[in-house]
Design a binder for this molecule. Sequence first.
Ligand code: C2E
Ligand code: CA
Ligand code: CA
Length: 853
Amino acid sequence: MTRFKWFRTLTAVALFLSLAFSCQGAEAFHFPSVEFLRLSPDAELSPAEASASGDWQPLANSSANFGYTRDTIWFRFDVPVNRQINLLEIGYAHLDHVAFYLMENGQVIEATVTGDHHPFKERPILNRHFLFPFSADTSTDRQVLLEVRTTGTLQVPLALWNAQSFFEHASVEEQLHAIYYGVLISVIFFNLFVFFALRENVYLFYVLSTLSYLLLISSLNGTAFQLLWPRSPELHSWVTLLSIPFAVMFTLLFSRSFLQLEHSGPALNRVVIGFIAANALLIAASGLLDFGTSIRLSVAVAIPSTLLLTIMGPLQWIRGNPQAGYYTIAWCALSVGSAITGANKAGFMPNNFITAYGMEIGSALQAVLLALALAARLYQERQGKVEARDAELKAMAARRSAELKLIENALHNSLTGLPNRTNFEMQVNDLIRRTPNTRHGIVIIHLNNLQSVTKTLGHRNSDLISEVTAKNANAIARQIPGVISLGQHNGRSFYTASLDLETLVCIVDADTTEQARRAVVRALEAIRAPVDFLGMKIPLNAQIGIAVSPVDGTDASTLIRRASIAEGSDRARERGIAYYRPSLDSYSASRLTMVSELQKALVNNELALHLQPKLNLRTGRICGMEALIRWPAREQPVPADEIITLAEQTGLIKPLTRWVLEQSLELRSRLLENGHLLDLSVNISPNNLREPDFPMFVKRLMGAHLEHRGSIIFEVTETSMMQDPANALKALNSLASAGIPVSIDDFGSGYSSLSYIKQLPASEIKIDRSLITDLATREEDRVIVQTTINMCHSLGYLVVAEGVEEEATADLLKGMGCDMIQGYFLSRPLPLERMLGWLSQRREAVTRKHSPG
Ligand code: C2E
Ligand code: CA
Ligand code: CA
């Protein structure tokens, strides 16, 4: 852009310089001595009378300048005796009245009256200057008399020419002027175009200023009169008069707006406005004042205005106004040009093209430079706008990303980086709204040990541990089939949210997840495994609670609350994990009614024990039964573990277990009566182990029924004993010493501590259903089960596999050396009568199989 601009400037300069030397040497003839006679305005003399006056004075040079005067000035000189000279030029276009007399021997032989108060066509030669042709006569003395009067400055620059060489010279000059006007007109049109496109006043002011200047110059040198209004001499005077204040006013307006003085120089701005007003006033007053006064006033105002225009640029440049550079250079061009012309006119400089046309060159340069500056300004402004828009876009983007960050922060836990409660609730509610018929499991993982970790290792470490645990839990949750993504943030994918530092939560598609029990159990094991931290293994004692929509609730906060209730239940404490049951929820109304109903059921003997058979794989015989509690009288069936939880929470577990024990003795008696010598397993709650009189009760009961001694097996879960390991161990030992076999239930469902189990007086281990269900399909499970069986055998335990549903599983387990199986493959838990039926049916089948034929 800049390079292009300077290229144009250089072209313009080169154009003028190339013309500079082609038109030299076109000079007027040497002028004979001239005399002048000055008369008062009212003196009316004839040429003869003037000639006869005694007040003639010699003129210092041929370029007479009398300033503002109303006087009539007479000039006279002798016609040179040179035939070549035949034309007189007055090189000034603003003379109201010029009378030309060619005298011969004191007689007027030719007279021409003209002036710019006369229509143009009355001139003897149609030219912007006053031209008077005459002829010399070598035989006689001829004299030229001129009478001049005007209302403006009275200048009479006289020149004598040979007509042909004058017109040759004039034609070159006219061409130069044409170029000059061409430059100004192009500049005007260009900026007018820009003004219409942009509607910015600065371009209009520049157009008007240049137009006025063009008008001023063309009026001053007579071109406007000749070409534009040759029939209207009055218009010519007025245009000349008005073009000065107009040019000054518009230039001031332009400069003010170009330099943006309002902002960059308020004081200067006020001065400029003052001068603009002065010029405007002058224009208005021109109609009232006479021409001479008007013209004097306009020059009086124009001089300081121009001075102001000249110093304005440098002043602003010094103050760092970026526009002022161009402006100053442009004005410099005009000032230097005018100075050169001035110096030339004053005789200080040789007469050549540059000195003669300095002002025109300067003003053309100025026009071009300012036009370029305006274009640059246009570019800069557009650039500025683009940059401003860019900056705005950037700011907007920054704002947006800050907002997003705030939102993200508002939706994520600052420490773990996981989605927080709000975020989780939002997603859960949304999910439930979108898929109301899907069962969604809300899984709460509570790190119960974190508070004691904080007390031991301090907040910093405990924070680090939460962070590590959160990361682990998220990675583990991701592996769970049916887990639902909680979105992404900072390149992380989330499957777990942080309700607080101790509580993590995830959501799963319950149906999918329940299909993959094994994977879930493994995930739970991994979550509950101690965390490696600074070389220590820190048990966080994670406890898990689950609530499932829509049964347990249809909104996030209810589901979270209920999952927390499940998590906080004894059952979760015992087994590490618990589903929500209304019975757990001490605040639910249905639970309250259920408690009283359970109490009544116990008293009224409305509960029942169902039996599920246990098969010895070695002998192929049914070797035992497990007694499982049922509540048949209820309309809405209550799952066994729910009955137990409710009983545990309300203290009903004590009478319930006693009822179960008594009932199981009864059942075993009935089995014996029917010829089935079977062991009977009963489930014992850890609460029972904490009852001080429980061992006593058991011993007394067994003592009263010696036929069952050693055949009633107590099933306890390992995790359930962990709450109070010492007391539980004491109670179990006491029972074992009374001859009661102990079985470890649900082995492998949670984080098992073999070192603890080894201390227990158990004779049997029951491998949890979750490890057995997928045995036929999962290689890994087979490895685990095989290892467990081997390990248990080496410790002297019998091994029972729970939850065997298929023959293939049973065959596998047999191959692995498992001692016993239990599960739907054999039979679902059944009431005694039906179990008796099942047993006899089975006995018949076995007999048939073994009897020949
Ligand atoms: P548990 O002691 O592990 O009992 C086995 C559970 O697995 C029973 O559920 C049984 O019906 C179920 N089951 C057996 N074989 C299969 C199979 O092949 N597939 C599947 N899917 N399930 C099978 P149930 O009867 O609902 O009992 C649940 C839990 O409630 C028991 O788990 C036990 O912890 C507790 N419980 C039941 N009765 C009593 C009781 O009289 N006293 C105490 N303290 N707890 C009891
Ligand atoms: Ca059991
Ligand atoms: Ca079990």
